[in-house]
Design a protein around this ligand. Structure first.
Ligand code: SF4
Ligand code: SF4
Length: 387
């Protein structure tokens, strides 16, 4: 997938306008929460990539850090006038540069020349060995769903993902229970493996083809026409990135929030007065443009719903993505704290999201930040409040 020509093509198409940094409010979470210097936002990173490709800059430790301090949140892409040329009124048609893709290509270039960051290499090796980034036993994956694993053929596959299989099993169990209550005929893959998102976001794309084949062959064998994802990272990678590796998807990929919204009319819900807000996961919102479905579910349960000060296309990132949580935990934490301040200012007792990774980040850091907060997934709130 990595192609230095594509990296060259993209770096020369950056007009250096700076809208990805501040337009007029600060756009990039790394620029906002770390040091507000040029190298921390997309324009600076793309200029550095260009300097490296042209041989004017060496890949020093500092420069490698600049390539990897990016959460792949897509906020720069959302603001980039060259990505959205029609916004200028002067151009129409396809994006001429995708800043997120350019930075991910730059990461891949660095990995090809200098090797991966040590912690990212460890994650890579764990994925290769056990099929998940935590190094947990592959044989234990989806153990928590043993009672739902009988079906070999089904209309729907539930793709569980690494986070819900090993870290936030309540999401996996709630999702499976909801599908069961909705009388959905669904299967769970016998040997599901990591979708490869963590490798793509950290410049290590070589193993992704093998992971893709393993997952797609198993999905095909179930005969399913739909695959439901509770993790936006898996959803984005399989629906958007697998086709870039030459795979034709023979099923409809669908995020759990959209699947559940289509079935809301079938279920009775006990409403609750708890004041609740929603955090838009970057890979569900900006990357896949799904904003309304999770809100519809939350409002059906909690009519006392409030928006955060930045939301939908402009939502702040949680700081966990792009390999930042593992490689640069201090910056990742600062970004999360900024987002948690938004939550605190909204005066809510509960935040709901639709991404296990964002939720894990908030659960870990809310206590540390002294914020008393319940963090829940859409699957959990719906199951808990069924009549
Ligand atoms: S993807 Fe997000 S973190 Fe990365 S450069 Fe763009 S705005 Fe900054
Ligand atoms: S990446 Fe886009 S928004 Fe940022 S400086 Fe380049 S053209 Fe402008």
């Amino acid at each position: 997938m990595f192609n230095v020509e594509e990296l060259k093509r993209q770096v020369y198409r950056c007009t250096r306008c700076g809208w990805c940094r501040a337009s007029p409010n600060i756009v990039c979470p790394v620029y906002e929460s770390d040091i507000p210097f040029e190298h921390n936002a997309a324009r600076g990173k793309i200029a550095l990539a260009r300097g490296v490709i042209e041989g004017q800059l060496q890949l020093t430790d500092e420069l490698v850090r600049d390539a990897f301090t990016c959460t792949s949140c897509g906020n720069c892409q959302e603001h980039c006038l060259s990505y959205h040329p029609y916004k200028t009124g002067a151009l129409t048609g396809e994006p001429v540069i995708d800043p997120v893709e350019t930075i991910e290509l730059f990461k891949t270039y660095v990995v090809e020349h200098e090797g991966a960051l040590p912690i990212h290499k460890e994650i890579h090796d764990r994925v290769k060995q056990e099929g998940n980034p935590f190094g947990e036993l592959a044989s234990n994956r989806t153990d928590c769903l043993a009672e739902f694993k009988q079906k070999k053929k089904a209309d729907v596959v539930y793709f569980v993902g690494c986070m819900s299989s090993y870290r936030l099993q309540a999401i996996a169990k709630s999702t499976a229970r909801l599908l069961q209550k909705l009388d959905v005929s669904f299967a769970i893959l016998e040997n599901e493996v990591c979708c490869g998102s963590v490798l793509l976001r950290t410049g290590q794309s070589k193993e992704v083809s093998d992971l893709m084949k393993t997952n797609l062959e198993q999905i095909r064998s179930t005969g399913a026409s739909k695959v439901v994802f509770s993790c936006p990272g898996c959803f984005m990678t399989i629906s958007r990135d697998y086709p870039k590796f030459g795979s034709k998807l023979e099923f409809e990929p669908i995020h759990l929030s959209e699947f559940l919204v289509d079935h809301l009319g079938q279920i009775g819900i006990n409403q609750s007065e708890i004041k609740t807000t929603y955090h838009d996961p970057c890979h569900l919102g900006r990357a896949r443009k799904i904003y309304d479905a999770p809100r519809e579910i939350i409002k059906a349960v909690y009519p006392n719903f409030v928006e955060l000060n930045t939301n939908k296309e402009l939502a702040r990132c949680c700081g966990a993505g792009g390999g930042m949580r593992s490689a640069y935990p201090e910056i990742s934490e600062k970004i999360a704290r900024t987002r948690l301040e938004d939550v605190k200012n909204a005066g809510v007792q509960q935040i709901v999201s639709a991404c296990p990774f964002c939720e894990y980040q908030f659960m870990e850091l809310a206590d540390k930040a002294g914020i008393n907060l319940d963090v829940k997934d859409i699957a959990e709130i719906l199951l808990e409040n069924l009549k």
